[in-house]
Design a binder for this molecule. Sequence first.
Ligand SMILES: Nc1ncnc2c1ncn2[C@@H]1O[C@H](COP(=O)(O)OP(=O)(O)OP(=O)(O)O)[C@@H](O)[C@H]1O
Ligand SMILES: [Mg+2]
Length: 328
Amino acid sequence: MISINNVSKIYKTNNKEFKALQEVSLNIKKNTIHGIIGESGAGKSTLIRLINGLEDYQDGTVDVFEYKNIIKLNMESSRMLKKRIGMIYQSFNLLERKTVLENVLMPISINGKVKPKDLQKAKNLINLVGLSEYINKYPNYLSGGQKQRVGIARSLINDPEILLCDEPTSALDPTTIKSVLDLLKDIKSKFNITVVIVTHDMYVIKEICDYVTVMENGKIIENGYVEDVFYHPVKTTTKSLLSSIGLNYELIVNNNKHIKNKYILFFDKSILNSSIITEVSMKFKTSINILYASITPNEKGVMVVQIPKNIEDIRHSLMKSGVVVENV
Ligand SMILES: Nc1ncnc2c1ncn2[C@@H]1O[C@H](COP(=O)(O)OP(=O)(O)OP(=O)(O)O)[C@@H](O)[C@H]1O
Ligand SMILES: [Mg+2]
């Protein structure tokens, strides 16, 4: 659906050149929530803005939907492409002098007359994001979370197939972050939209993303299923981002070098409701000490445990139940 191939992007200011993207290649699959994470200046916003043609690029190609190398599109095709892509921003980008309803209708009113069906659609979207009672209020009257909900409703007015979100929760407090992320997840399922979300917060990736791309200095340094990257992070930057949400199990392993007989267990959803650890402990009369446990949004789990004895029998028993046991 979105294919970025070997793209390099140079910003030129005051005769100085800055390479913001260096030979970046990335495929984003239809109907997924794809997170792009990295420190400030990594090139995340530049990358996401390539997708709807807001940034040009010097090398490589960007293909979106049926459009190849979108930088070369004529004005009409470029307009059609942009119409199929919605966008939401960290700072919400609402017009202070327009009401919630007028803001949501902006993408239509800016290009022509608002028809009764558009008005109805805007009302439905405002209802969907939970702001019906604020429909005629001005943005000043709203909290940050409510403003972002207006931004989300506005981004959906043209029935986009892709929703680009640049740091959509960075200006919000933790409780509001969760509710905005839940809304994005609902919207993705309800409208079968592909969501691309830029963030510097691993919590956002953990909460809603299927795939994650980690960026550093204009390059992609890690990319894959959230589970794979969470369980087998390779790069130091990825590991430190995971540590920020307490998800760096390697850290637990390294910080507990003095504890002998440690193992990492990987398991999936089917195991979650069973008391498998208790069962094997009892069966083999061994105490299993859990040093770390976590579960991802797709309900895969990882544990770091200490198993003092009978490891081969326990390993066999756990593996029969679908738990993968790795020595550390
Ligand atoms: N218009 C511009 N002109 C010159 N340099 C720019 C421009 N936009 C971005 N850059 C530079 O390109 C690099 C990547 O910027 P970008 O905005 O993509 O990073 P980011 O990962 O989104 O960072 P942040 O987390 O701070 O939003 C930065 O070093 C930035 O200073
Ligand atoms: Mg940015």
